[in-house]
Design a protein around this ligand. Structure first.
Ligand code: SF4
Ligand code: SF4
Length: 185
């Protein structure tokens, strides 16, 4: 297995967990939403990005299968199991934020939404992993930086999972969450 294959395996495992957690937290609200924030031009990023295209291939999907008007959105929500652009996780509308009970819950939710963005930051110079369009450039990415960010994201995910069960964040937990970038894609 190459380093890139190993990255794809861990990235998709973490993305699946994040997606599942966000569905548990928010699918009730998003499912009733009359102003869905999904847009076909955002969906298209999954087909333009060299890295996300590999994740589409892994689930036997290609650009031709994307609906021109609705992108990857179908009657059940987003049809991508993984390989969604990072903004699909990091965007929180006011309605979602208003449902969170306190600052700790908001911090945890914001970090949860930024984990996917965090993994790929500065993958090739200042370029984010998903901004790389030429597949040949994936051979030049800074894998040690990406694996370090992936480990930070995995640790932060474990903290958030515990927090959602216990309702408590220790000082050590907060330090782990603070390692995650607050930049938004
Ligand atoms: S994030 Fe907000 S705007 Fe987007 S689908 Fe959910 S409730 Fe609607
Ligand atoms: S969540 Fe899925 S359907 Fe919505 S914008 Fe992202 S890729 Fe498209």
């Amino acid at each position: 297995m190459t380093d890139l294959d190993h990255l794809i395996e861990r990235y998709t495992d973490l993305e699946r967990s994040i997606r599942k957690k966000m569905e548990e937290l928010f699918s009730g609200i998003c499912g009733m939403c009359t102003a869905c924030c999904c847009r076909a031009d955002i969906c298209e990023e999954a087909t333009q990005s060299a890295f996300l295209s590999l994740l589409l291939e892994k689930q036997d999907l290609s650009e031709e299968q994307m609906d021109e008007r609705y992108g990857w959105l179908d009657l059940h929500g987003c049809s991508l199991k993984y390989g969604r652009p990072p903004v699909c996780y990091s965007y929180y509308c006011d309605e979602l934020l208003a449902r969170l009970p306190n600052d700790e819950a908001r911090l945890s939710a914001k970090v949860l939404g930024n984990l996917i963005f965090h993994i790929g930051r500065d993958a090739l110079g200042k370029w984010h992993l998903v901004e790389i369009m030429n597949p040949k450039d994936l051979e030049k990415i800074n894998l040690s930086q990406i694996f370090q960010c992936l480990e930070e994201a995995e640790r932060a995910y474990a903290v958030i999972e515990d927090y959602l069960q216990s309702g408590r964040l220790s000082l050590g937990d907060r330090n782990i969450l603070e390692a995650i970038t607050t930049e938004t894609p």
